[in-house]
Write a protein that binds this ligand. Structure first.
Ligand SMILES: C[S@@+](CC[C@H](N)C(=O)[O-])C[C@H]1O[C@@H](n2cnc3c(N)ncnc32)[C@H](O)[C@@H]1O
Length: 366
């Protein structure tokens, strides 16, 4: 039997004590266990890490978000105080690039307090180092709910995909919660509850209700989406959610593990590989709207970045660059807006949640 990670030892202990573990509990432990969770112990980003995100692909991404922020701020009436909030800021790269572009707007620097919502002590330290040169008021919080109230511009890039999901599997006309158990061979495996989830069908979107047997349906707790919606609806402003996922709820098993830029088995070596699942934008938007927010999108990332002018920005950067750097800019552009397997352009989606009176934010005008 393979050597067990310290987190696997703990997971097995819990399963032996309490029975098979719900997928969200497993995912939560793998990512955020205080001692052994994936995000708590390392910086997973970048070419030498496990995966690369859009702001790490190119400075263009953060810069365009910075311009998005200043336009939204002006749409808000240029308030003299605004909280710029980032959920899951990684290495701080997006915020650094965004501020470089945004601080050109007169009065923006004086208005902004930066709030970073982060659970990882390792990444928080990196963010401090990256963002210190900005010399702006900056605060860290474990949850969005801890950020002071008031007008807000919120950015969440690849944050929601890291929040734990639950899974259910369809049996003969009824759905059973999927859990993680210990098999006869001693390995962790996906098991289905023998009990069904009462009345689950009635809670499902119509597009999922008639899915064939053995289909899997995933869902997340609504807490973060509710908080986002409440914040912009009450305090004013807008939130931008960028993530890979689907615009309309659908059945499917999207839980995936990635380590060193390759897919891995989510049940092997827990705590040492990243676990994510697609974001279902439909319930996320519904939850924010229920709090009074207005929603826009989701639209594809490729379209969003094109509308913000990424091709012009790339041409400007290339005009001053060596041949090698110009090739790198082209490669980054393809990665950010390319379709299908070559890029993030259509897999990643962008949605905005705003105060009802803000009007369409940049990228979402008709
Ligand atoms: C995939 S990384 C994305 C980083 C960054 N946004 C980027 O695009 O490079 C996920 C980020 O969310 C943070 N994170 C994960 N779960 C979190 C949670 N429950 N609360 C706050 N931050 C969380 C991670 O530590 C990390 O900073």
């Amino acid at each position: 039997m393979a050597i067990q990670t310290p987190l696997e030892v703990e997971i097995r202990r819990r399963i032996e004590a309490a029975g098979p573990m719900p997928v969200d509990e497993y995912m939560g432990l793998c990512l955020a266990d205080a001692e052994h969770g994936y995000y708590m112990t390392r910086d997973p980003l970048g070419r030498r890490g496990d995966f690369i995100t859009a702001p790490e692909v190119s400075q263009m991404f953060g810069e365009l978000i910075g311009l998005w922020m200043t336009t939204v701020w002006k749409q808000m009436g240029s308030p003299s105080q605004v909280n710029v909030i980032e959920l899951g800021p990684g290495r701080g790269t997006l915020m650094k690039d965004a501020m470089r572009a945004a601080l050109v707007a007169t009065g923006f620097r004086e208005a902004v307090s930066i709030h970073l919502v982060e659970i990882s002590p390792v990444l928080e330290e990196m963010q401090e180092r990256t963002l210190e040169p900005l010399a702006m008021p900056m605060f860290w919080h474990p949850e969005l709910a801890n950020v002071p109230e008031g007008p807000a511009i919120v950015i969440a890039n690849e944050f929601f995909d890291a929040l734990p999901i639950k899974q259910a599997i369809k049996g003969d006309n009824a759905w059973h919660e999927r859990r993680i158990g210990i098999g006869d061979d001693g390995k962790l495996f996906f098991a289905a509850d023998s009990e069904t989830i009462p009345h689950f069908d009635r809670l499902l979107p119509p597009s999922v209700r008639d899915a064939p047997e053995q289909s899997i349906y995933e869902w997340r707790a609504d807490g973060a989406a509710i908080e986002l919606g409440k914040r912009v609806a009450k305090g004013g402003g807008a939130a931008l959610v960028i993530d890979y996922g689907h615009a309309v709820s659908a059945a499917g098993d999207t839980l995936q593990a990635v380590g060193q830029h390759a897919y891995a088995d989510p049940l092997v070596a827990p705590g040492t590989v990243d676990l994510t699942a697609h974001v279902d934008f439909q319930p996320l938007i519904r939850a924010a709207e229920a709090m009074g927010a207005q929603s826009y999108g989701p639209i594809e990332q490729g379209m969003f970045l094109r509308r913000l002018g990424i091709e012009t920005r790339a041409a400007t950067l290339k005009a001053k660059a060596s041949r090698g750097v110009a090739n790198e800019i082209d490669a980054a552009l393809t990665r950010l807006i390319g379709q299908g397997r070559i890029g993030m352009g259509n897999l990643f989606k962008v949605a905005a949640l705003t105060h009802s009176k803000l009007g369409a934010p940049p990228g979402f005008e008709n």
